[in-house]
Design a protein around this ligand. Sequence first.
Ligand SMILES: *Cc1c(COP(=O)(O)O)cnc(C)c1O
Length: 438
Amino acid sequence: MSPAIAGAHGFRVNNAGHLEIGGVDALALARDFGTPLHVLDEERLRANCREYRDTLAEAYGPNARAIFASKACCTIATCQIAHQEGLGVDVASGGELHTALRAGVPARDLYFHGNNKTLDEVEYGLRTGVGRCVVDNEHEFDLLETVTARLDTTADILLRLTPGIEPHTHQAIRTGGVDSKFGFGMLDGAAYRAVVRASRMPRVRLRGLHAHIGSQVCDLEPFRMSAAALVDFAARIRDELDVTVEELNLGGGLGIRYVPADEPPRIADFVRALAGVVTARLGAHRLSHPRLFLEPGRSIVGSAGVTLYTVGAVKSIPGVRTYVSVDGGMFENPRPALYGAQYEAVAAARAADAATDTVAVAGRCCESGDVLIWEARLPPVRSGDLLAVFGTGAYTYSMASNYNRFPRPAVVLAGHGRGRCVVERETYDDLLRKDVSL
Ligand SMILES: *Cc1c(COP(=O)(O)O)cnc(C)c1O
């Protein structure tokens, strides 16, 4: 049921039976921009931003904001769109910071994360005036002491806390458990000691608390538990240390639907659930309402993305498997090879045809594990056909590499019936730009 596949991902099939993205025929996008091609549906991207923005305002009031976790897809255009829609931007490296600044996002709207920021990165952030540094560990306090003194400035910080909560998601993308490289542990006293240290640092202003428990989480309960733990901690440090938490940042992590087995809550339900827990818990502790932040990445950009591929070699091994090789692979989407991520696909020119075959959609890297979809349900496909893989907006382009010296694909924004290139396809010469000949 291919039309159902496109429809379930929120995309139309036109009268010719072709997949449409942002009102543009997928075949036209492939013809105009080449393949492999990362396409972002602009309206979907904006609608996801607005759903966060509007539901937060409705459920918590004006004292709340969504922040786009740019690492999901960090380009100038995606940072600009998020900011145009009223979101802040979260950056986790000097390169992401640089991208967001070049995108024209004011530094005060940037939130600087990272579990091992370098001295140069901290300095870049403070010199440009990032809104908040999210301090991850004691080492970062040392860096802040050095840099604030050198620049004769102050830093507004949040503390990243690790609440000891294990959501049901892949181990590689869990971040909130006790055994995590991220953040100050709440269960072992590290978080409390960090509050004490921050409140004694003359050049640091402790604004609030942050936690991010993991990614592709489809269950609301761990989010509720984490939010409740942060508010309880805020009450404790008020009572014991007379510290006021002005800001509460609950992180991101909401999952999206890659395959039918994924059943994530809607963005609006996720936001309401968290705003509800926070409000109730604040009331119980008689705490005044801090500013509330959420930091979604995947759920902003993931479902807006479709990757288009051209089929090359088709190899049938009787009684075993058919490999349909495409012109992309782990160099432009490492998620399947990295942690067994699953996707659905359609044949873009026959997006309404029944899926009769089960095939493996393989990439072209020199790794047997470079298979994008092990069991794709497709109509019969041949060399030259165009395949469309859904849900590829997040952690694909941003994780891409030049393995095998494949140039990274272009990124195109599709909306209002036209496609606009926002990241150009790399050329062979781009690949050699930093090589130095003997
Ligand atoms: C990655 C990350 C996010 C976004 O996670 P998603 O799963 O993409 O929503 C938010 N906050 C922090 C600190 C992160 O590291």
